[in-house]
Design a binder for this molecule. Structure first.
Ligand code: NAD
Ligand code: UPG
Length: 596
């Protein structure tokens, strides 16, 4: 049995093509709806001859409990030696953050690569060498451990050595917002490009892949920088390969992407003649040629396309994801356009939620109903305190900025950015109003105690970058409130760096609730709901000074708080008042019944 062939080579005598419908569905339950979707969209997969099991289909990264196989773990000595004897692609990942570490570990695991993850932060690399994870990302620790043990993944601060040994070098460094003007700060990318240029082996071909999110035109500048810094005989190509993973589900997203986008250099004249042929059908591997074989640059581009194909074929096979070859500008724009569209959808849901509050409607009913229209879809319509994180806010700002500079302003994106900023402020004000009650005098917030549940920008991550929760807490502190906050994963040191010592960080939801005038839920952690449910309204109420909840993530249904003695505020839904609960009961129960 040759599992390696099953992934990376065409069908051979040891591998057969099997209709997906006849595979063992041993892990269908474990992998959830996405797996079932994949089942429906992929018609054939390659599996070892004589088997009805598709390696990797059973829910990489974890090995399947019932069949013991995954794309990542080989179960017999014979299989292991086949893999060890094979020539592995050598990859250097520059930047070992949320994207670099996940991508590096996943490539090592699924794509049979030897990956060196490089970072200029020596502490991070030392921690990884000791087996400690610098970030919290579900499934990542096991994946890293397994690939380190099996010799496919290592960590280093030595960029030059890693680049010299690599066939493919990824740039996965940060591109934060540049202070003041909203542009992406490309200094990390350019510094990495210079260092890569200086370290390229010569002679020999190296493929440089930009995975960082960058404005259109950046690949061109990276190429110039590498060219300026490399030795005369070095041969290289730069391609763009934006990443679409989400924090909290990063490993799953990387292994089962919706699509892989690879931006290649192309000859513009050729494009006018050839591209129309590809436009009518979805682009798949090898469908698009970028340079005629008689033109200069043909060899490096062909090498680039071959290496990227080799690298992504296993993931494309496992996931059934299309691999789209575009030009570099298209690839760079796809990333910003996708994030801007998601941000727009969220801002839309949030605006409709505001409308629901005054119109006596329930946002969850409205979004459920509009999401049933396939053109709209049910995802990304959960109203909340505004979108945050290290991507959507900075990427929308960067897109708006580039569009302005290219004299094609994206007014819609600009409006989304403004709307989201205003929303976070408004949610802070609403929480403050919940504290002061009928007096509506913001001066009365001074000295009052607000318990905060959740600080990360969403659940299942430790990341507080551009977190709406952190923004809201800062606003409340500025109004003079005493904030006591709990988050299951947020790093206390980082939170103190952002918010100073004005916020007391505690280790449980109970401690955050103790003595609070209002308890504000700002991140949708399941742990938070479980802790509150375990206490029950009586237990929770006995800890608090006043029985008021502000649920900015709609963790509960309004009717859950009827007759509880609590005033329950949420987003885009009727408020349950402690003293007038009965009058709201009918409305909220009706809306929930309609949902079912
Ligand atoms: N976080 C996400 O979910 C996500 C998803 C898709 C795309 N992206 C994009 O990917 C890029 C990286 O994002 P991230 O969240 O992983 O960032 P991050 O800040 O977590 O990691 C970046 C790492 O790069 C290192 N670094 C910077 N310059 C370096 C250099 N010259 N040499 C070696 N290491 C260097 C930093 O020390 C840091 O550890 C960004 O452009 C981001 O927009 C992020
Ligand atoms: O229905 C929803 C979905 C998300 N959010 C909020 O939107 C923000 C972003 O969430 P999400 O997109 O899940 O997280 P990210 O990890 O930032 O992922 C986004 O940003 C990444 C970096 O560019 C992209 O790769 C991903 O495709 C894109 O989803 C968070 O504050 C969420 O709380 C909501 O309020 N309601």
């Amino acid at each position: 049995m040759d599992l390696l062939l099953a992934f990376s080579l065409p069908i051979t005598s040891s591998v057969q093509r099997v209709p997906v419908s006849s595979l063992r569905a041993c892990c269908a339950e474990r992998t959830g709806p996405r797996f079932r979707g994949l089942y429906q969209t992929t018609r054939h997969v390659a599996v070892p001859r004589g088997e009805r099991h598709a390696p990797g289909f059973c829910g990489a990264p974890a090995p399947c409990a019932s069949c013991g196989l995954s794309s990542l773990k080989l179960s017999s000595g014979a299989q292991r030696s086949t893999r060890e004897d094979a020539v592995l692609l050598r990859v250097a990942m520059i930047g070992t953050g949320y994207v670099g570490l996940v991508s590096g570990a996943c490539f090592a695991d699924a794509a049979h690569c030897c990956v060196v993850c490089v970072d200029s932060n020596a502490q991070k690399i030392d921690a990884l060498k000791r087996g400690e994870m610098p970030i919290f990302e579900p499934g990542l620790a096991d994946l890293v451990r397994r690939n380190v043990q099996e010799g496919r993944l290592s960590f280093s601060t030595d960029l030059a050595a890693a680049v010299r040994d690599a066939q493919i070098v990824f740039i996965a460094v940060g591109t934060p917002s540049r202070r003041g003007d909203g542009h992406a700060d490309l200094s990390y990318v350019f510094r990495a490009a210079e260092a890569i240029g200086k370290s390229l082996r010569s002679p020999g071909f190296t493929l440089i892949v930009n995975k960082s999110t960058v404005p259109v035109g950046t690949a061109r500048r990276v190429r110039e920088l590498v060219q300026r810094n490399c030795a005369p005989g070095a041969s290289f190509e730069v391609v763009s390969n934006p990443e679409f993973l989400r924090q909290g589900t990063a490993v799953q997203d990387f292994m089962y992407p919706e699509r892989v986008v690879i931006g290649m250099w192309e000859n513009r004249f050729q494009r006018q003649h050839e591209c129309t042929a590809f436009r009518s059908a979805p682009l798949h591997l090898h469908e698009r040629r970028f340079v005629a074989d008689t033109e200069p640059g043909f060899d490096t581009r062909k090498n680039a396309q071959t290496l990227m194909t080799q690298l992504y074929t296993p993931i494309a096979r496992i996931s059934g994801a299309p691999v789209l070859f575009t030009n570099v500008e298209e690839a760079e724009l796809v990333k910003y356009a996708a994030n801007a569209f998601l941000a727009m959808k969220l801002e839309f849901a949030n605006e409709i939620a505001d409308l629901c509050e005054v119109a006596g409607a329930d946002i969850s009913v409205v979004t459920h109903a509009i999401g049933l229209d396939a053109r709209i879809g049910p995802d990304y319509l959960q109203a909340g305190p505004g979108f945050g994180g290290s991507c959507l806010p900075k990427d929308t700002r960067a897109l708006a900025r580039i569009a302005q500079e290219l004299w094609r302003p994206c007014r819609l994106v600009e409006t989304v950015i403004e709307g989201n900023e205003a929303r976070k402020r408004r949610i802070a004000q609403r929480i403050a109003l919940a504290v002061v009650g009928n007096s509506a005098d913001m001066n009365h917030v001074y000295g009052r105690c607000i318990g905060v549940l959740g600080l990360t920008f969403k659940a299942h991550t430790d990341d507080t970058r551009d977190s709406p929760a952190v923004f809201i807490v800062r606003e409340l502190v500025e109004l003079g409130a005493k904030v006591r906050a709990y988050d299951p994963q947020a790093n206390h040191r980082e939170v103190h760096q952002i918010l100073g010592e004005d916020v007391e960080l505690v280790c449980s939801a109970q401690e955050a609730a103790r003595g609070a005038d209002v308890l504000a839920v700002l991140t949708e952690w399941p742990e938070i709901r479980q802790a509150c449910d375990a206490l029950g309204p009586e237990g929770l109420g006995s800890l608090m000074r006043h029985r008021v909840i502000f649920d900015a993530r709609n963790l509960w249904r309004p009717e859950d708080w009827l007759h509880s003695g609590f005033t329950y505020h949420s987003i885009g839904r009727p408020t349950i008042y402690a003293d007038t609960a009965a009058s709201f009961a009918d409305a909220s129960v009706h809306t929930t019944q309609r949902l079912r």
